[in-house]
Design a protein around this ligand. Structure first.
Ligand code: PLP
Length: 436
């Protein structure tokens, strides 16, 4: 056996032990999962939450803590894939939701909160106009459809490894369930390759959509020159530039676009902005958004029973205006940067094939050495080592995404960050022989 084959066999053996330990310690999660498989395909209604041998079920949350079905406590470093920025029980969010409930749930009418919330979102992210949806997926669907109608073109340029929702997955190039736009899939962060594709589709390109930092694909930031090129080239060929800031808008007071200094024509939003309730939004240049103005004879329709639901409107408004102020955004992301620096420092000191990418309060672990500048790089991670890292973190009371994504939410403080760094140090030491 070669050195690599021996190491892989050792990782496999360690992983089998970790899985067995998990099965033994999580009987209630297992029972819930088995019951769920009778009525939900694979016991699941949200694919990202499924993993072998069975997913952990959480029973309760408070602040930045979660308790699983078997009563084990975790620090929540997943933060609901960025949507849980306020934690599980922020008093301001709770009061806003209680107050909304006191006045009745669904009116079938415009309400007193939606325009105030819209004003707060527009001001914060530099939009002329915004419309609300129920999810980030829906926001992207509407923004892309709008861009095709506005430009009277059909080609949609997306990036390999990007994710824009349930029907817009581009890991490995695409997904059979994607909405059938005329896609061209470009290489993320590849200036020349993307420029060539834009030039080749100059006359039929409706839009370019991307996350200014790929989130679910591994927290990989777009380079400044890449985004600047996209702005210049889309303008040159008459296509719209759409930033999907569903995740990244939390990374700076005005969204990631305010830091990189590139203004898209349209931006899509989701996750935490609804205060933890279902949320999506899209907005940007007035002349484009105003195609939805119902006073126009040629107005585009945009329906949605829950677009202006009072729980989201109220929780979102309270969150943005009272809690996640620009100052709070700066402080949270500084905390995240420090944490990632500390984590990378311990990995480097151990000379381990482990690293954390990201910006501010979003980070992702990669079980590999070398630079991670595109999803193709991230694909070189050792999947078994990553799975072992996941189960070891769970055993240390750290909750994170199975694929290795983490976020820092507002209730996370120094003590919780120290616990995470200690858990990673423990992993590096206990698994030293596997990390050569
Ligand atoms: N866009 C990005 C960048 C996302 O990360 C997600 C969800 O993870 C979405 C869109 C879809 O949002 P939702 O899950 O609310 O439909």
């Amino acid at each position: 056996m070669t050195q690599t084959a021996l190491r892989n066999a050792d990782i496999e053996a360690a992983l089998n032990d970790a899985r067995e330990d998990y099965v033994t310690r999580k009987p209630r999660s297992l029972a819930r999962y088995v019951e769920a498989t009778a009525v939900m395909p694979g016991g699941n209604t949200r694919t990202v939450l499924h993993y072998a041998p069975f997913p952990l079920a959480m029973a309760r949350g408070e602040g930045c803590r979660l308790w699983d079905a078997d009563g084990v406590e975790y620090i929540d470093f997943l933060g609901e894939y960025t949507a849980g920025l306020y934690g599980h029980s922020h008093p301001v969010i709770r009061a806003a939701v209680d107050c909304a409930l006191d006045d009745g749930i669904s009116f079938g009418a415009s309400n007193m909160t939606e325009a105030r919330f819209a004003r707060a979102v527009c001001k914060r992210f530099g939009l002329d106009r915004v419309r609300f949806t129920n999810s980030g997926t829906e926001a992207n669907l509407l923004a892309m459809s709008l861009a095709c109608i506005f430009t009277r073109r059909k080609t949609v340029l997306v990036f390999n490894g990007g994710y824009h929702g349930a029907v817009f997955g581009f890991a490995g190039g695409g997904s059979p369930i994607n909405v059938p736009f005329d896609y061209v899939v470009a290489p993320y962060n590849d200036l020349a390759g993307t420029q060539a594709l834009i030039a080749a589709h100059a006359t039929d390109l409706a839009l370019v959509i991307l996350e200014p930092m790929i989130g679910s694909g591994g927290c990989i930031a777009a380079s400044g020159p890449f985004l600047t090129m996209l702005r210049a080239e889309t303008t040159r060929v008459g296509a719209l530039l759409i930033f999907d800031e569903v995740m990244t808008s939390r990374l700076a007071p005005g969204g990631l676009q305010s830091v990189v200094g590139v203004k898209p024509d349209l931006t899509t939003f989701g996750k935490y902005i609804g205060g933890g309730m279902s949320f999506g939004a899209f907005g940007g240049r007035g002349e484009i958004m105003d195609l939805f103005d119902p006073r126009r004879p040629d107005a585009l329709p945009h329906a949605g029973t829950f677009n202006n639901n009072v729980l989201t409107m109220s929780a979102g408004l309270a969150g943005l205006s009272e809690v996640y102020t620009p100052q709070a955004a700066l402080a949270l992301n500084t905390r995240g940067d420090r944490l990632r620096e500390r984590l990378n420092a311990v990995c480097q000191a151990a000379d381990a094939p482990l690293q954390f990418t990201g910006i501010g309060s979003m980070l992702a672990v990669h079980t590999m050495r070398g630079p991670v500048t595109c999803p193709e790089d991230a694909a070189k991670s050792d999947p078994k080592l990553k799975e072992l890292f996941f189960f070891d973190m769970l055993a240390h009371g750290i909750w994170l995404a199975r694929r290795g994504m983490m976020t820092v939410s507002l209730p996370i403080g120094d003590a919780e960050c120290n616990r995470l760094v200690a858990a990673v140090e423990e992993f590096l030491s206990a698994r030293r022989s596997l990390l050569r």
